[in-house]
Design a binder for this molecule. Structure first.
Ligand code: MCA
Ligand code: AMP
Length: 553
């Protein structure tokens, strides 16, 4: 395999190239430069090394969005750690599972949540804190660096490697994850100081429920992140001149491995917002060039009268993904602003797979475009794996340097989600249209996507079924004007019981992040089933599809 350049090394190059450029522009008016960010990266890296992190160790983070949280990500990569970001909405029970499964060496939590996690310290785990005001134990003691701002155990940004990636000799096969290396990762014979990842080394674990059951950690390699970022930079013509409005959370692929990675490696600037707010975004549009968001961003922007062509004068690109963008929103947005939103398709396990064209072709509403260079997409008969002719609906499968290395400590599950020829079975259903564009028409997997967050019905059903007044339940997604889809629970009472909606929702609180809570509970006598006894969720979705159509988003 030819050489490649990791995300952290590309960032380091930007530090050298333009140290005084603002990387982060914050709502309070503060700017943080590339050089300042690099210093924070080194500080945190030194602290992680002091906590005992060696290559391959997981570093988990559940903190609010901040520039320091991005520095923590880069620091983890720089010392060979495996970054594990967790949704800030996860509750105690959910955190228990992730920490038990991933066994991180370090957990970084918000200072105010230290007491929730303090008891974990000791069993091979160090708990650190990181706040949003430059506070937290992770940033304690600048003296951890020497007078020149360095630490002997932390590789310096400017350490150059022979094997640096040269864009001019890049080939698709450069990133073939299946093509293993002599120098394959071996934690025992690595010294942190020398750490420079090879393409197959793990860089991050992101939890996703995949098609069924408990959350699984998708292990993404340095090659996955770097190759996908490179492909997107090229596809979307993203450069150091760009000023990106970053309003996404940084614990998912979209906000971290698409938006942040692209800016950090291109040498661009980020308007770094703690969360999405339509007015704030519209205030920033006249100074920005790119926005990346989930469809809910666009639905909400369209409701705002201040969204005008003038407000978008400096913008060159609006990107949507993580959930289907309504064709009607696409059309309204173009009519209002003159910009055709560019829709793309990705997954936690694969990063980005396809994109509508930046130029050279129309951005077609209701489609997710064509495969990124180096990535192959096919539509097959889900049962037999036989390729289907264009136009026919089938199972979407993907192969390429972007596809993850496997689920954390689940070799059998990993094997079952791949075909023998290396294609990954996405669980999405689609067809290729007459122009070669992929259209996603549904999901084979039982999944609800609410405001870009994935919610797995099974997780909620298992909790509801454990309620003493519930015999069984079925959880479905129904259309919602703001979130795209929202969760409805359909419940059959245990004999003689009459469970109340409020009581059932309260029952979920300790175990389930708020965004996963059903927005409605319906109590029924029985669930519709087919002859095989399988619950007919399609029938339930039909029955309740109008529950939220009149809700004012
Ligand atoms: C917040 N709430 C939600 C959601 N977000 N409920 C359902 N679905 C949601 N997405 C709940 C909160 O718990 C709270 O409940 C209430 O709504 C308001 O919370 P708030 O924080 O104010 O919500 P918001 O700011 O309005 O957030 C909505 C949002 C946000 C902007 C759409 O959810 C968001 O940024 N989503 C992006 C998710 C994302 O990055 N997905 C990418 C995954 P209560 O008031 O009852 O307590 S990566 C991926 O999918 C792949 C790889 C890909 O292709 O990108
Ligand atoms: P996640 O598991 O969070 O990575 O979510 C990935 C899933 O989001 C995909 O398998 C799709 O079902 C869905 N998804 C992502 N982007 C799009 C899109 N542009 N249109 C429709 N569905 C999408």
């Amino acid at each position: 395999m030819a050489s490649f350049r990791t995300i952290h090394r590309s960032f380091a190059e930007q530090v050298e190239r333009q140290p005084d450029k603002a990387l982060f522009e914050l709502p309070d008016g503060r700017n943080i430069t590339y050089r300042e960010t690099d210093r924070t990266v080194r500080r945190i890296a030194a602290r992680l090394v002091a906590a005992g992190v060696v290559p391959g160790d997981r570093v988990a983070m559940q903190v609010e969005k901040s520039p320091e949280a991005i520095a923590l990500y880069l620091a983890t990569l720089r010392i060979g750690g495996v970054f594990l970001p967790l949704n800030t909405a996860y509750t105690g029970a959910e955190m228990e599972y992730f920490i038990g499964d991933a066994r991180p060496r370090v957990l970084v939590c918000a200072p105010e949540r230290l007491t929730d996690h303090a008891h974990r310290t000791g069993e091979g785990l160090v708990v650190e804190t990181l706040g949003t005001a430059g506070d937290g134990t992770l940033l304690d003691g600048d003296e951890i660096l020497d007078a020149s701002g360095r630490h002997e155990e932390v590789p310096d940004a400017s350490d150059r490697h022979e094997e640096d990636f040269d864009a001019s000799d890049r080939h698709e096969e450069d990133f073939d994850a299946s093509d293993r290396h002599e120098e394959d990762f071996d934690a025992s014979d690595r010294h942190e100081k020398d750490f420079d990842a090879s393409a197959d080394d793990p860089a991050a674990i992101l939890y996703t429920s995949g098609t069924t059951g408990r959350s699984k950690g998708a292990v993404l390699s340095h090659g996955n992140l770097a190759s996908n970022c490179r492909a997107l930079l090229d596809a979307w013509r993203f450069t150091a001149e760009d000023r990106l409005i970053h309003a996404l959370p940084i614990f998912h692929v979209h906000g971290l491995f698409v938006a942040a990675n692209m800016a950090l490696t291109a040498g661009a600037s980020l308007y770094f917002l703690p969360k999405f707010d339509a007015d704030t975004v519209i205030d920033l549009l006249p100074r920005a060039t790119v926005l990346m968001g989930v469809p809910t961003f666009y639905t909400r922007l369209l409701k705002n009268d201040r969204l005008t062509p003038g407000a978008c004068a400096s913008m060159r690109l609006f990107v949507s993904g993580s959930a289907p963008l309504l064709a009607s929103d696409h059309a309204s947005f173009e009519a209002r602003t003159g910009h055709a939103i560019l829709e793309r398709y990705g997954m936690t396990e694969t990063g980005m797979n396809t994109t509508n064209p930046y130029d050279g072709g129309p951005r077609k509403p209701g489609t997710v475009g064509m495969p990124l260079p180096g990535t192959e997409i096919r539509v097959v008969d889900g049962g037999t794996g036989r390729a289907l002719p264009d136009g026919e609906v089938g199972s979407i499968e993907v192969r390429g340097p972007n596809v993850f290395t496997g689920y954390w400590q689940m070799p059998e599950k990993t094997a079952s989600e791949f075909r023998a020829d290396g294609f990954f079975i996405t669980g999405d259903l689609g067809r290729i249209d007459e122009d070669g564009y992929l259209c996603i028409v549904g999901r084979g997997k039982d999944l609800v996507i609410s405001g870009g967050y994935n919610i797995y019905p099974k997780e909620i059903e298992e909790l509801l079924d454990a309620h003493p007044e519930v015999l069984e339940s079925a959880v479905i997604g129904v259309p919602h004007p703001d979130f795209g889809e929202t969760v409805v629970a359909v419940v059959v009472p245990a004999p003689g019981e009459r469970p109340q909606e409020r009581e059932l929702l309260d029952f979920l609180t300790a175990d389930l992040a708020r965004f996963k809570h059903p927005r409605a509970v319906r109590v029924v006598e029985e669930l519709p089933r087919n002859v095989m006894g399988k619950v007919q969720k399609a029938e339930l979705r039909k029955r309740y599809r109008d529950l939220f159509t009149d809700v004012d988003a």
